[in-house]
Design a protein around this ligand. Structure first.
Ligand SMILES: [Zn+2]
Length: 197
């Protein structure tokens, strides 16, 4: 018998999902557990392998070895979908955080300084967008009026600011306002430094 290279317990779980026969099929935790246990026992003679927690974490955290994602169905079964990419988790602000951010921002749009009115309530938006992993936390919130919020809807917050400064730079150059020009050039360098497109 040739000596096998030491394989981690987790590897047995990952290998279950890497096996093409198991792709695109729904499995109960118990079904997977028994199959993985069998494979583990065959190699090691022991059945002391616990699979449930590792499998439960896969839909949330994934695994770099898996070219695809493990999804959990509403019925509590799991399925491996090869080639599919993970959807980034959304992180909205809760009402309490929204209130705190609005208060901090003095109930004013932070772009155009418009005050909140009953007719036009202000919105709280992510500074680092959700798609870039920006969280719905106090530090990552900014108060905007609906006009400014709509204007930047399809732009990232950073590019909204950057574009505004860029436009203003063109105006400053046209007006030969050297002081403003220097200031704006410095500002735009900060965007570059932080890789904000
Ligand atoms: Zn505004």
């Amino acid at each position: 018998m040739t000596k096998k290279k030491e394989k981690t317990k987790k590897q047995y779980i990952i290998d279950f999902f890497k096996n093409e026969e198991n792709h695109n099929k729904y499995f109960q935790l118990s079904e997977m557990d028994s199959e993985i246990k069998t494979a583990y026992e065959k190699d090691t003679g022991s059945n002391k392998i616990y699979t449930h927690r590792t499998i439960r974490n896969l839909p949330k955290y994934g695994d770099s070895q898996l070219n695809g994602i493990v999804e959990k169905s509403k019925r509590g079964t799991y399925i491996f979908r090869p080639g599919k990419k993970r959807v980034k988790l959304k992180s909205p602000f809760n009402q309490l955080t929204k209130n705190k951010i609005k208060k901090r921002d003095n109930y004013q749009c932070q772009w155009c300084k418009k005050k909140e009115t009953q007719k036009e309530p202000l919105a709280v938006d992510h500074i680092i967008p959700e798609d870039d992993g920006g969280e719905g936390i106090y530090e990552n919130g900014i108060t905007l009026c609906t006009v400014c919020n709509n204007r930047k809807k399809n732009l990232k917050t950073s590019s909204f600011g950057k574009n505004m400064f860029k436009n203003y730079l063109v105006v400053s150059k046209k007006n030969k306002d050297e002081k403003a020009e220097k200031f704006l050039n410095d500002l735009l360098k900060v965007y570059e430094k932080h890789n904000l497109e």
